[in-house]
Design a protein around this ligand. Sequence first.
Ligand SMILES: *Cc1c(COP(=O)(O)O)cnc(C)c1O
Length: 484
Amino acid sequence: MEKLIFDYSKKGNSGVSITNLKNIKSANEILPKELLRESELKLPEVSEQETVRHYTNLSSLNHHVDKDMYPLGSCTMKYNPKINDKLSAIPGFSEIHPKQPKSTVQGALQLMYDLEKYLCAITGMYAATLEPAAGSHGELVGVLIMKKYHESKGEKRKYILIPDSAHGTNPSSAFSAGYKTLQVKSNEKGCIDLDDLKEKMTPEVAGIMLTNPNTLGVFEEEVENIVNIVHEYDGVVYMDGANLNALLGIVRPGDMGFDITHMNLHKTFSTPHGGGGPGSGPIAVAEKFAKYLPAPVVEKNGNEYAFKSTTDDSIGRVLGNYSNFSILVRAYVYITMLGLKGLEAVSRNAILNSNYLKDNLIKTFEIPFSRNCMHEFVASGENFKKFGIRTLDIAKRLLDYGIHAPTVYFPLIVKEALMIEPTETENIESLDKFIETMEKIAEEAQENPDILHNAPVNTPVRRLNELKANKEMNIRWIKEENEN
Ligand SMILES: *Cc1c(COP(=O)(O)O)cnc(C)c1O
């Protein structure tokens, strides 16, 4: 186990050596006394080499997509071309300051302007904003626009409809914007139950948040009917477009009749993610919602790029400065590098890979909604219960074989769910390896269930008590444990 960096600390060690300090005053000489620290800051004193080794060792303890397959459903953990990182790090992008004169950052503004246009073309929408810092943030911004739209007509609506298969961020965004949620049931095909929708759609409903393809990896075939039912009461149809990986160049939310959609640039448009951020969740809207977009919006006057002044209709600002810019650069490079044909190939391969896994795994695992899937599908560990094995055991055993576990116990409408998303970047060898590994685990479950109960055994830490970790969060735990 890698030690804490504090455990490497030795008085006097340092990673930097600043020479020639003659003309530089110390903080004690410059700052007023009341602002000075009372006791010395406890920082580790380590050499540069120790620091580099420490973080290099840490980086290999956890699983990541550069290490092996990461089929985490709904999260689109695909391989991210390194050129994206490289270009977002060039000084012209990485060293600009949000407050520097606009005339000196014309290239960055042009990139934002063009990216907005690309995202509109990809989604079939009229206008976009790059401001939201995550998918869930995009949802909140979308719902606030929905609210502003109804308020502009002098209406105060109470509810937002959310399907029972929805991602947890949907109800939480609706709630954060001040709405109550009403759940819409799924039918036996895993799609929205239209009768239930008709019953719940009333003039008190502000709109619906729909994920398409939904979290079962199933395309909502009745999407046009759904849109019409909601529009009949002037409700707003919001698409959770986090799963755009399945739709690029094939169908567009705008063409399906959606009014607002968000995209997760860090999922679909290739930014390394999963470690807690940063993210980027732009939203795109139909024409009648464009005036509500948050500030700032980039505009082009002749050959000059600038920020449009905020209108009274705008919902205001949703983030300091101008979004998580380095992620925009990665998305821009990814989109321009692939072009529309390339993006379409991304989605077609994502769908192909997912169906390949599904059609092979169905021999061993129950797959409740097993018709053709989009970029992901949901298997169930239900038929392993008779051996005393749960989905969590299967997921933990996968870690022993060097593969990240799929998303488990989500969506809630499938018992013992294993939500699998291979993404387009895995080749047939790695897909076959995943299938063989899953088959092997299924065999172990019957012949030697204890191996699964004890898994993982090959990872730096064994099975963690996740409940305790959530209820009694104590990030000093390891250190204290060592000291005792
Ligand atoms: C990932 C995801 C979100 C939330 O996106 P974040 O960037 O994690 O906030 C919302 N909906 C769906 C379907 C998702 O997969």
